[in-house]
Design a protein around this ligand. Structure first.
Ligand code: MG
Length: 267
């Protein structure tokens, strides 16, 4: 398989040679931040989000990386921090960015999200609208987050999902400006505060004092993270779709193989 690393292929995921070269550069960084999306990046998608777990290969690679000096692993997700902490099985000291950058848990200290009165009003109004849509569409699930709401449509047929999402977007628009909508895989998410995963990457970089960053993600919301990267950093898109990332792997197993290579190079 020309263009793919044979060593990584033995682990079940193929890592492009150009990415392996970039990881070698990253491995020499003075202080390295490895910021990872969770769903679809470390963990395969499952019907029940609470049951998602990173692949054993990803867990093993992350464990190795966490043991390396001047190396920090963090998670950046659209999930609320509380949910992210459960599915990653993160230790209290691990760095978590939840709700697309709205919530941060840095070194065990939870940063509360304080909404202003207008944000609270908008959130309550949208909650009522979306709850009504959920009532009428069995199988659609409403996820409540500190500064937003997520409408999950994975369990209903895609034609129905498109109609539900259109209805939800229209309801949000009718409430006026101040609500941002993001489409994702089988989900539409609304936020009353405009933080992104790019803000998450920037906050983590500053917190860690990282001289280089690896960021990996699979979904459209991860593009903000890729756009926050600097020349020395490495962005890895997992799976298909347009991306601003410099590198791409096919699936979570291939990303785990890349993390394993990085652990080899940095140990
Ligand atoms: Mg994801």
């Amino acid at each position: 398989m020309a263009g793919w690393s044979a060593a990584a292929a033995a682990d079940g995921g193929a890592v492009p040679v150009e990415l392996a070269d970039a990881l070698a550069g990253l491995a020499r960084a003075d202080s390295l931040l490895i910021a990872l999306d969770f769903d679809g990046t470390l963990a395969p998608f499952v019907d029940l989000p609470a049951e998602a777990r990173a692949t054993p290969q990803a867990k093993a690679a992350i464990r190795r990386l966490r043991a390396v000096p001047r190396t920090t692993v963090a998670y950046i997700s659209g999930r609320p921090v509380a949910s992210l902490a459960r599915v990653t099985e993160a230790q209290p000291a691990e760095l978590l960015v939840g709700s697309h950058g709205v919530e941060l848990r840095l070194d065990g200290a939870r940063t509360e999200v304080e909404l202003d009165p207008e944000e609270r009003r908008l959130l309550a109004a949208l909650d009522a609208e979306l709850a009504a849509i959920v009532q009428e569409n069995p199988g659609v699930h409403l996820e409540r987050k500190p500064a937003g709401l997520g409408l999950h449509t994975r369990l209903i047929p895609s034609a129905d999902a498109a109609a539900v999402i259109a209805e939800a977007r229209a309801a949000a628009e009718a409430l006026g400006t101040g609500i941002t909508a993001r489409g994702g895989k089988d989900i539409v998410e609304f936020a009353v505060r405009g933080a992104t995963k790019g803000d998450g990457v920037r906050r983590l970089r500053e917190h860690v004092g990282a001289s280089a960053v690896l960021f990996a993600g699979d979904d459209v919301t991860d593009e903000d993270g890729f756009l926050a990267l600097e020349p020395r950093d490495v962005g890895i898109k997992v799976g298909d779709g347009d991306t601003a990332a410099g590198y791409r792997v096919s699936d979570p197993l291939a990303l785990a193989a890349a993390l394993d290579i990085l652990a080899d190079l940095r140990t």
